[in-house]
Design a protein around this ligand. Sequence first.
Ligand code: HEM
Ligand SMILES: *[C@@H]1O[C@H](CO)[C@@H](O)[C@H](O)[C@H]1NC(C)=O
Ligand SMILES: *[C@@H]1O[C@H](CO)[C@@H](O)[C@H](O)[C@H]1NC(C)=O
Ligand SMILES: *[C@@H]1O[C@H](CO)[C@@H](O)[C@H](O)[C@H]1NC(C)=O
Length: 594
Amino acid sequence: MEVPPGIKYLARTLPVALLPCALAFASLLRVDLPLGARILLSLLANPLSLFVSDWYQQVHEARHASSRGAELIPVVRDSRPFGLGTLAKLRESFRSGYPGDFIEDWREEYGHTFMTKIFFDRVITTTEPGHVKAILATDFDNFWKGPQEAQMSQSLLGYGIFNTDDELWKFHRSITRPFFSRERISDFDIFNHHSLAALELLKTRLANGYAVDFQDLVSRFTLDSATSYLFGKSIDSMSAGLPYPFSSPLADSEAFVNHPSTTYVRSFVQSQLMTLERAALQKRWPLFEFWKDRIKPHRKVVDEFIEPILNEALEKKRQKKETAAEGKTVEEGGEEETFLSHLVEATDNKEIIRDSIFNILIAGRDTTAATLTFAIYMLAEHREILAKLRAEITEVIGSSRMPTYEDFRHMKYLRAFLNETLRLYPPVPFDSRASKQATVFNATRPGEKTLFVPAKTRVRYSVFVMHRRTDLWGPDALQFDPDRFLDERVRKYLTPNPFIFLPFNGGPRICLGQQFAYHEASFFLVRLLQSFTNISLAPDAQPEESKPPESWKMRPGTQANEKIQLGLHLTMYSKGGLWVRMDRLAPETNSEIA
Ligand code: HEM
Ligand SMILES: *[C@@H]1O[C@H](CO)[C@@H](O)[C@H](O)[C@H]1NC(C)=O
Ligand SMILES: *[C@@H]1O[C@H](CO)[C@@H](O)[C@H](O)[C@H]1NC(C)=O
Ligand SMILES: *[C@@H]1O[C@H](CO)[C@@H](O)[C@H](O)[C@H]1NC(C)=O
């Protein structure tokens, strides 16, 4: 039986927490007091010691900061004790607000970098590109994911590439990296196979007169593509078919709801949502999942789904060894090496293999699916952009040929369109690191102050908010306009300051799948637009509770005009799906793929 998380937490923290109480109790022994009063006074020693050490820390840090010519990061004031007001605001924001709304709300008073304090735990939040650059690149050695993050996300990620540091991270990175070399990722057969299968589902469903949840469709496409690519075998989540709109009697059909891939995806999503809940609580999350880790059962469902593929790979390895042992020559070049077969060669530890697989599936499925989902959202909202994109596709590739690596190099507008989608709707809108030693954020712009970063402090950064700052991107920053990546605005804003655009992160932990993702998204879009036109949202199919609440109309920026609710787990998604309709292009213009 596993020890409940709450008990583990108390076992770890109580000895330290009770130390002041024990000391107080011992010193009160000399005072003539009833036992009850003595115990009560001793228990008070704990909160008192927290206040005192917090106060001492502040004095100490103020001195340390001024010795380095730095200022303290402003702390968000809270009218409720222990930062409970701050906690409530953060939880509300992550659960049902607009991404980063709390940053926008606090920015006027505290600037682009501020500190929140909840139960004496401090977290820095920044949207300053210079500081993000320090965290990810120039001061990389002093910022890591850290043990607290590992502990918080362990139920979900195990010890995979996303939540490890140092040697284990290097192991994962070195194993993963070769699979994203140029040669490997320029073969598009896998994308072609799965995108044509997806378009087939789309065609049939639209022809039957239903709207389609595009987010669901592309999540199946990216999952099947990623598994094909990484395991040499697709999970074939497309075989479940597509969901029907909630109003249809066919919605929630048993066959769909109970399809293994549906179960798998549900757990995949649930476990990520719960991990985000923990982030607001930081190291105290076990108190809120006292008796039972709520995430592990979901992770188990996901693992079970992958198990047969993993076992097959292990079996292959065993057979290969046997053949070699019997002195027979092993067939050369027979089967192509995949990420999985490589992993199985590198270790026998099933736990490590499972974690690696799970991490890379999170990396590969949701992010690219989000990119495609928000790309379609924007195409539905901006017909003139759809027309321009189609014009480029027609010119470079034509209406039916399969796109190639070489084609994409000539498709500047397509790339700019994807960049603009990643700017306003970055799939990973929030991220964080923890400082090791105390350090400073150097002033990066004239008039800015150098800020003191205490040791062992979490720093959260939001590229979602940074990508929308008008002072970094110009007065039209909130408009969706791919041309900003092609005209004089590039030279004015992006070229001199590349860290204002970070959909894939930067520095030594930059996304390994960046080019893979650009190709995958580009490929799907080209295939889609070779067959379809007139994309429009289908609000009648969108579940009512997933539409933006009335209160959003009063909010600043794009929030007021949003037609969908942006949801957050590790990645961003559209709550309730993205329901669309589109028209089929006349089949004779695309006979090859019809
Ligand atoms: C548009 C799609 C994508 C976006 C926006 C994206 C974004 C990111 C970001 C922001 C990180 C940094 C996370 C962190 O360190 O905290 C990351 C890391 C990573 N991504 Fe991607 N990603 C995308 C697609 C992919 C794909 C398709 C794959 C592989 C199939 C992939 C594999 C990875 C891996 C392995 C890492 C971990 C790198 C490390 O920690 O050393 N990504 N990605
Ligand atoms: C900050 O500035 C100091 C002094 O100029 C320099 O030594 C240090 O490397 C800078 N830090 C970063 C992360 O650039
Ligand atoms: C898109 O962004 C990538 C990554 O930042 C950059 O390398 C590329 O030049 C951009 N391309 C266009 C056309 O905007
Ligand atoms: C697209 O919409 C326009 C205007 O509503 C319509 O005239 C046109 O026929 C549609 N295209 C297709 C292929 O259905």
